[in-house]
Design a protein around this ligand. Sequence first.
Ligand SMILES: Cc1cc2nc3c(=O)[nH]c(=O)nc-3n(C[C@H](O)[C@H](O)[C@H](O)COP(=O)(O)OP(=O)(O)OC[C@H]3O[C@@H](n4cnc5c(N)ncnc54)[C@H](O)[C@@H]3O)c2cc1C
Length: 458
Amino acid sequence: MSKIIEKLKDVVGAGRIMTGGSIAERPTSFWNHDSTQAKAIVLPISTDEVSALLHCCHDHEQSVVVQGGLTNCVAAAESTPADVVLSLEKMTRIDEIDVIGCTAVVEAGAILQSVQEAVAEQGLYFPLDLGARGSCTIGGNIATNAGGINVLRYGMMRNLVLGLEVVLADGTVISSMNRMLKNNAGYDLKQLFIGTEGTLGVITRAVLRLFPQPASRQNAIVAMRDFDAVSAFLNHVQQQLAGTLSAFEIMWGDYFAAVTGKGGHRAPMSRDHPYYVVLQSEGGDPDAGAERFEAVLASALDDQLIVDAVIPKSTAEARAIWEIRENFEAILEPEPVYLYDVSLPIRDMDDYVADVKSKVSQCWPNGECYTIGHVADGNLHFFVQPNETGDFHDASDECVYAPLTAIGGSVSAEHGIGTEKLNWLSHSRSATEIELMRSLKKNLDPKNLLNPGRVLAR
Ligand SMILES: Cc1cc2nc3c(=O)[nH]c(=O)nc-3n(C[C@H](O)[C@H](O)[C@H](O)COP(=O)(O)OP(=O)(O)OC[C@H]3O[C@@H](n4cnc5c(N)ncnc54)[C@H](O)[C@@H]3O)c2cc1C
């Protein structure tokens, strides 16, 4: 047994370190079902243990890969046989919910959905929400600056984090557990760790910002005949719903038809429209909220901004509509399928999507390019499916990313860079920006041991 494994075992005890065959039983990630590869997987239960583990790895020049719920979409938490994996899965405590200050103190391994449910029991609301809510962790959400379906109203994870506790690569603990909305005392150090994909430190605890639980929620799915109508309808509901619009999710018609096909979700309306939007509004008065919501949709129908609308009559019906947008398992076969996450101005979206779809069909005549997105955030996702056997990742990247540069888009709206988009970072960030990133990394992790090769190429 190597010396480093013995040292790590001294920190966590034999029961919370995995080596050999037990590692191979764990899938690499939500997306990649191959066996995990690692020298060892350690499962700390406290910040002190994380600190001791990192201190030890630092002394032995041992690389460390940090893992939360393994749901990220950019191969950011994948390890090699040379790495030690540090998984936060045993640090799931919700230490405190402050109903006056509207804050929660949670450990980084807490599952997003558990946090949402725990604060809801106290009449409060944690608005970060995404399809992976049942598996992803708060630490992973912070490290990726996750977005999801409510960004339009509440912002990304960055806007929902008030304080952080972080362990640096050498084991130093930085406790910055601020609970206030305002604190301009010097640099806001937590920002160094939000969205930096675990390359600058391991997040162990966080203070989250909560909101009052909305008393009412209205949902609908609507259809449009062209993209101009999508933009016009977005303006319409943003103005008419007076700040209560919390989600506005677009699905191109080919995506909707594919996931509602044979054996898929039940289609609540015709499957032939070119565009669909699922929207949600949150408010404080169930009766008035529902009345206003219906009136706003009715006027959109009158003005022909939308051509059909279905308002669910129960929570189960609302969930079924959201499943169409969030559960895309039906299009993950046949492999390979390449998932993308880009951002660009809304006004450029329709032409850009048409351009990408045309490039995909030039490369693969039987290929598909399904498109969905958080349209109000300028964020689109593609699922490129060549429908041919082979590895076409580079060609597929070219179809999606190359046309972005001219319109000033970004190769990553919310998923990050991970290891998958390293070659494309320079399309969205200048040489001087990348140089500053490298100098921050060098300063905080001079030996390049923490999540090496993520965000910045080795
Ligand atoms: C069905 C589905 C839907 C999704 N929808 C969305 C969406 O709408 N919006 C969105 O933004 N993302 C979405 N994602 C992607 C994913 O859920 C998010 O990126 C999520 O924030 C990752 O959290 P995780 O705990 O799974 O992190 P992991 O995948 O385990 O790790 C992600 C990154 O964070 C690092 N990390 C994890 N924990 C820590 C920690 N404690 N300290 C430091 N670094 C850490 C890892 O090293 C890695 O670099 C979706 C994924 C799926 C499967």
